[in-house]
Design a protein around this ligand. Structure first.
Ligand SMILES: [Zn+2]
Length: 369
């Protein structure tokens, strides 16, 4: 490594150190990272000039000058995330700590044409402006797609939900005046859910919307599989010769646990379904029971394979969280090890998780490159 590389590496190490530890001192940084005080001072000066660190106070002195405490300014850089769905767009702006500073959801039907992608860029520009965010602090824009992304060739291979195949990702990116990265919505949501959670290193994320997908996280990293198709839990077969799935196969989990199973043909969306159930609609109550039977089967299969925490996200998440007892009962009855079902968690970012995960791509790059 040449001097410049050494300095850049040390800078990243200091940023990462501060990321884990608020209120550090120069001496503390130097000791922990085995760097000299002049090196630490120089780098902190540079970071401070870019607004990335701030003084938070002073420590009591044991004689001599009181040492100043330093923290990272999480708001110095922001990242934007966009989730594209069949009918909506979600926008988030997050800081370096993954806090959602601004959020917006707009109804916009997906169209595979220039006009649509130009509109997304226009929405983004307005979203940034209406929240009075300095466009220069934005690191980049992550996009979450409901489909299989080939990150190597930068192509959206296919998306049954959007009904498209082989979309080069430079097409949606070309109107956006920032660096753009894209990935699959469930992968990104899973990535967001375990972001900087100390005690979760391995987890499976199960995303339940109109489509059912997921992500596998091992040692805090996404496990992509050989073809980027890992964690497609929606297409596990749970009923032999069962109902036809959106993928064309029969008996997939998605054919039984998509939110469409609950909403079609009587309700416009999941909120309407649960509003009716709350009013005591027996049709909904029965449907929900059957739905949970299949969902528990799917969750139990996933848990049998991974023996890890399972995080449930997507549209269904908030409702499962409201009515968890039946699901827990069903899961306990499956469990051959007779353990209480402590492995099941509900999403922390809710329906924003995919957009947040997309935005985190740039935070992650910022911290690790
Ligand atoms: Zn399927």
């Amino acid at each position: 490594m040449n001097n410049l590389e050494v300095r850049s590496t040390n800078k990243k190490r200091i940023i990462n150190f501060l990321y884990e530890k608020d209120n550090a001192t120069k001496q503390g940084i130097a000791n922990s990272l085995h760097l000299s005080m002049p090196t630490v001072s120089l780098i902190l000066k540079d970071l401070s000039a870019h607004g990335l660190v701030r003084k938070t106070g002073t420590l009591k002195s044991s004689g001599g000058r009181k040492p100043a405490t330093i923290a990272l300014s999480y708001g110095a850089k922001l990242s934007a995330g966009i989730e594209i769905t069949q009918n909506h767009l979600r926008f988030v702006l997050i800081d370096l700590n993954g806090n959602v500073l601004h959020y917006k959801k707009v109804r916009e039907l997906f169209q595979n044409d220039d006009q649509y992608f130009r509109k997304i860029a226009e929405y983004l520009k307005n979203f940034i402006a209406e929240n009075k965010v300095d466009p220069d602090v934005i690191l980049g824009v992550g996009i979450a797609f409901p489909g299989v992304i080939n990150t190597k060739d930068n192509i959206l291979d296919y998306s049954p939900t959007l009904k498209i195949k082989n979309l080069p990702l430079n097409i949606p990116a070309k109107y956006i005046p920032y660096p753009v990265m894209a990935n699959n919505e469930a992968n990104l949501a899973g990535f967001a859910e375990i972001w900087k959670i100390e005690n979760i290193k391995n987890a499976v994320f199960l995303s339940i919307n109109k489509g059912v997908g997921g992500a596998i996280i091992i040692d805090n990293k996404l496990y992509n599989g050989s073809n980027g198709r890992s964690g497609e839990f929606g297409h596990m077969t749970i009923v032999k010769n069962g109902l036809t799935c959106s993928c064309g196969k029969k008996g997939c989990l998605e054919a039984y646990c998509s939110t469409k199973v609950l909403t079609e043909p009587n309700f416009n969306d999941i909120d309407e379904f649960f509003a009716a159930m709350k009013m005591g609609n027996q049709y909904c109550v029965e449907k929900w029971k059957i739905y949970l039977d299949y969902l528990a089967t799917g969750i139990n299969n996933i848990h049998t394979i991974f023996d890890s925490d399972i995080i449930i996200g997507g549209e269904i998440d908030q409702y499962l969280e409201q009515y968890p007892d039946t699901l827990y009962e069903k899961l306990s009855s499956f469990d051959s090890f007779n353990e209480p079902c402590r492995y099941l968690h509900f999403s922390r970012y809710g329906d924003k998780a995919s957009a947040v995960g997309a935005a985190l791509l740039f935070v992650n790059t910022f911290l690790s490159d």
